[in-house]
Design a protein around this ligand. Structure first.
Ligand code: SF4
Length: 244
């Protein structure tokens, strides 16, 4: 039986993430650099990866959210799949995502004529994509390391990438994954204390009921974790915002 992540006690989830972080540090970055070199991926500016149709959502680290707030705060929306919903029907999510435009493919808010209009200031995940370094299950449920996203679905391959560039990409990718895990751990620690202090608890039934209503157009309140605190948002249905 698969247990919904939200139902696993927070301390267990924190321990699992800390273990994941240890795994990350044990993974030799030379191995990732070698994979990057072997794959030889080059972006062809097809802009597919900047759409929800291809990539779901773009999750932002806190440092990226700070940047987006300076550039255009309306480009932010609560990340989809809130982790918790309390007994009063308020949702909680670990961070922000980039807003998508309401076009057929859900283009990133910053995608203009097939080009990123903030390219020089693009965000952490945009800098390392399509590289990643985390463990996740494949379609058969086998958990293993994943290093490249969307392999053979975009860009060109077998290109000659200089070794220094591969090493630098491997370092940046590991740094991103570490920052991501640190943000998730910090969110869970915060939520553990917040729920205790306010006598709140996650109620899956309320989560499911509210989410069903939301998908039909009803408003919900989402508290987004950013910079060590929660920011409140009133949300109505938008593209691809979904429960887990
Ligand atoms: S910020 Fe730029 S690079 Fe990142 S997803 Fe949006 S358009 Fe693409």
């Amino acid at each position: 039986m698969v247990v919904a992540v939200s139902l696993i006690p927070i301390p267990f989830r924190i321990v699992a993430l800390v273990q994941e972080r240890n795994n990350l540090f044990e993974y030799p970055k030379e191995r990732l650099a070698a994979i990057i070199q072997e794959v030889g991926f080059r972006c062809t500016s097809c802009a597919k990866c900047c759409t929800r149709a291809f990539n779901g959502h773009v999750f932002l680290l806190d440092r990226d959210v700070t940047e987006v707030k300076k550039i255009d705060p309306s480009a932010l929306e609560p990340a989809p799949g809130p982790e918790f919903c309390d007994q009063d029907g308020t949702f909680y999510v670990s961070g922000y995502a980039l807003r998508a435009k309401d076009d057929p493919v859900g283009s990133c808010w910053f995608l203009e004529g097939g080009r990123c209009r903030v390219y020089d200031r693009r965000f952490s995940i945009c800098r390392i994509y399509p590289y990643m370094l985390h463990r996740e299950p494949d379609e058969n449920g086998n958990v293993d390391w994943r290093q490249i996203s969307g392999l053979d679905k975009h860009g060109e391959y077998n290109q000659n990438i200089p070794k220094e560039e591969c090493v630098s990409l491997a370092r940046e990718t590991r740094e991103y994954e570490n920052a991501f895990l640190a943000q998730e751990i910090s969110f869970l620690e915060f939520m553990h204390d917040y729920f205790e202090q306010h006598r709140l608890r996650h109620v899956q039934k309320v989560y499911d009921t509210r989410m069903r209503r939301f998908k039909k157009g009803g408003p919900i309140t989402v508290m987004v974790y950013y910079d060590g605190q929660l920011e409140e948002h009133q949300c109505i249905k938008y593209r691809n915002f979904a429960g887990r």
